[in-house]
Structures are given as C-alpha cells and as structure tokens.
Ligand binder design. Sequence first.
Ligand SMILES: Nc1ncnc2c1ncn2[C@@H]1O[C@H](COP(=O)(O)OP(=O)(O)O)[C@@H](O)[C@H]1O
Ligand SMILES: [Mg+2]
Length: 280
Amino acid sequence: MIACRTIAVANQKGGVAKTTTVASLGAALAELGRRVLVVDLDPQACLTFSLGLDPDAVELSVHDVLLGRVSASMAVQATADGVDLLPSTIELAGCEAMLLTRTGREYTLRLALEDVADSYDVVLLDCAPSLGVLTLNALTAADQVLVPLQCETLSHRGVGQLLDTVHDVQRLTNRGLQVLGVLPTLFDSRTTHAREVLADVSSRYGLDVIEPPIAKSVRFAEAPARGRSILQTAGRTPGAAAYRALARRIAGMAEPVPARAAALGDEVIDLTNANEAVST
Ligand SMILES: Nc1ncnc2c1ncn2[C@@H]1O[C@H](COP(=O)(O)OP(=O)(O)O)[C@@H](O)[C@H]1O
Ligand SMILES: [Mg+2]
C-alpha cells in the first residue's frame, strides 16, 4: 500500500459487530505486515477495552484530539495485537455537543488524522451506533465505508438511512467516499433466512456483499475480556480465518470472489487456509 487508506466501519444499529470487525480486521492486517491504526469513536469505549486498555485510566484520548488539545500522535497507544489505538473514554460523549458549535465540525477528525497519515498504511474507524456528528466526522475522514450487517429480519431498515447519510456526505463533505459493501456478521449458515436477508439488502440497495461472511461463534464474545482480538485468543477458528481472508482482500492480496454468488452460498471458508478452517 502506498498512501494511507482510511476505512470507516459504520452502522447506526448497535451489536452488529462494528467493534469486533475493527479489532479483528486490524489485527489481521497487522499480521500481514501493514501498519494499522484503529480509532475508537464510541464513548462506550468498547474497542479501547477490547484491545486491553482500561478506558477509565486513559489519559489522552480521541476526545482531547478532537478538541485540539493534543495531536493524534500524542494520544496513540500500542496494543498487544500489533495495532496502534487512538483510545476513547466516556468524555467523548460530551464531544458531540462541543463540536456542534464549531465551524467545519465535520472535518475535525480528518484534519486531526493528517498528523499520523504517514505512519500508517490503514486506519480503521470504529463508529458509535448513531449517525451523529462523530459518525459524520468518520465518514468525512474515510476513503471507504464498510457496513457490518447482522442478517436478520428488518436489518435492511437501518441500511437505507445509513446510505442516505453516506450520500449526503458524498455531496457535502467528502466527494471521494466509496461504499466498500456489506459485511455479513453473526452469520448463521445453517438457515436460509440469513441468506435471504442478505440477498434482499444487496439487491434493494445495489450493495456488494463482502465475502466471506463472518460466522456466529461464541469465541468472539470471549475475546474482549482478555484484551485481545480473536486472532490471538482463538486464532485457529473459522471466525479468525474469515477476518484474515477479509484482511487479504482489503490489502489486495486475494483474488476477488464473485461477491454475490459466494456470499450467498456455503463458502464461509472458501478463501481461508485449510489448517485454520478445520479446527474449531
Ligand atoms: N461473529 C460473531 N459471533 C458471535 N458473537 C459475535 C460475533 N461478532 C461479534 N460478536 C459479539 O456481539 C456483540 C456485539 O459486537 P460489537 O462488535 O460490540 O458490535 P457493535 O460495535 O456493532 O455494537 C459482542 O458481544 C461481540 O463479542
Ligand atoms: Mg461498537
């Protein structure tokens, strides 16, 4: 990768694996030798916690960076997963109100990240479950947006709203923003329901489905308490393999699979290393 690429992971619905995707994809990209920064843009600070930091003990956070108190590089911390983290704290909850009073408020994150752009190949932005000013900042700072989607009834309802926001951003603050596609998460390949929802969302909004889907696995719920991503806590499981496959695609190291066909079939382990795929 030559220029730094920034990807926002966004969906205003909570619990669709945005944070899990940022942590796991970030760790998988770091394994591939990419220099990765992950940015926690949620006042709940789940990404910060998941990567082993106590949000209550963080001294400099993305909040201080957005308010211009310190540069991004001063607030960045290394993690055990090999990615750097711009952490969050609950203070970020007050940041939206502060930003609202400022001129150019949507550009604050974009400008702040210029400070670290030379130090990273990929920057992943973990958005909060809202379409507020912080998410607008993420979409304005990003080259691409990835939309994790839990494939269940009514999942599509939020997607239309998110895409409306993306179109506003493309029109007003970030003309170059691309939609990378929908990443099926918490995917249950044993039923046809998830596939039907996915096909509906894909055709309704003309979105690419990113392959392979991330299967549902209890291993994902176990990882955050250990302060590591699943790549380290359960690195030889299909879930870890799926994020490694996604990382290879994003890094341009895997042949693109005909997205729709593969995502709708039973090819969860299609792009993965056979050793990783067979263990549980
Ligand atoms: N593939 C998966 N299988 C099972 N549980 C998952 C999976 N991905 C994420 N989870 C769990 O689902 C919950 C919500 O995930 P999270 O990444 O915090 O979502 P979001 O950031 O969108 O709110 C967490 O408890 C997480 O551990
Ligand atoms: Mg989250």
